[in-house]
Design a protein around this ligand. Sequence first.
Ligand code: PLP
Length: 412
Amino acid sequence: MNERAAVLPVEDLRRDFPILDQRIHGKPLVYLDNGATTQKPLCVLDAVRRFYERDNANVHRGIHELSARATDLFEAARERCAKFISSASEEIIFTRGTTEGINLVAGSLARGPLRAGDTVLVTQMEHHSNMVPWQLLAEYHGVRVEWLPIHGQEGRIDRDELVRLLDREPKLFAFTHISNTLGTINPVADFCALAKERGVMTLVDAAQSAGHMRLDVKSLGCDFLVCSGHKMCAPTGTGFLYGRQELLDSLPPYHGGGEMIDSVDYSGSTYKLSPSRFEAGTPNIGGAIGLAAAVDYLEKTGMDAIAAYDHELGQQAYDAIVSESLAEVIGPAVGRAGLVTFHVPGLHAHDLVTYADSQGIALRGGHHCNQALMRKLGYTATVRASFYFYNTTQEVEALLVCLRKAKAYFGL
Ligand code: PLP
């Protein structure tokens, strides 16, 4: 463990997550599926409960006291999220998560500046939610999707190749910050600077990074950034899209309905500016309040300490699996995020995950919403262990013991 990681009071933090303190099939739970969703601390559960117990009403429309309180809490949550990534409040649009954020941008761009024949550049390491929305635009709007290749089992991106493709002036470059399967941490600021020099818009998928490292959209230099609350200690069905203010105000709405309009008549409607323009209908008010509580909690814990700690756990797991030849591991050898994805030859991912479950260990098995990437790397399915700040080195060791035992159990 490096020095910064060692200062995280993990045993104290674990007490904030009662769900971790249980036995599964008679064994202590080892939750290593944080890439799929993280657990929620008591302060988040309390914030949501407090809202429904005392303040629940619809936002922005009522004149009564409860509605005023709910609106204040909802807008304070927006401010809290804005501060978390160093943006302005008006640049934060609450969504159901990363998937909805990307679809929102794709849908609005398709009604606005994106024309048939325009290109969207996407990397080959993207999650389905940063592939399919662009493929839908290709299918229904004649937009071209170009793929930035990745190389080798580490999934390397060649910067010169990126420059060559950006020189062809796609309209948008959409890429993940942290690959949910490879564990790659892409150099967002560098990629965005390259795109900006060429007048190319950028969208950063921060699903795997927002809860794991400090993000500052001004120094990253991106036009859009999306994340999911449930992957950063907040309730499911929450998240936000950051968009540069002038860009958001220039884009047409995504959904139509209540609260996003200035005026409506039978002859037509006019729309508010961001963020209201993109938040038609009653939002997930309790969820946004829970998300703000999660952001408070993460910052109190320390984003730099979280980053150092869970990246270190990922590296430990990677190094041990490789040095003991326990499995084939994909993704970069160093500088990786807090997850490790692997394949044990002769053992299907689902069998291994089922075996791990019998040992109390929660892993993920399958294509991880990266079917194309899996195929490119020559696998139908792999196993992923993904860490968070409440995991321990003992849990990394439990994973290794489980792998050794599984191989013996299956006669490998
Ligand atoms: N992008 C990445 C990199 C992810 O890991 C995920 C979820 O695993 C998503 C997007 C989709 O997130 P959500 O299902 O919360 O919308």
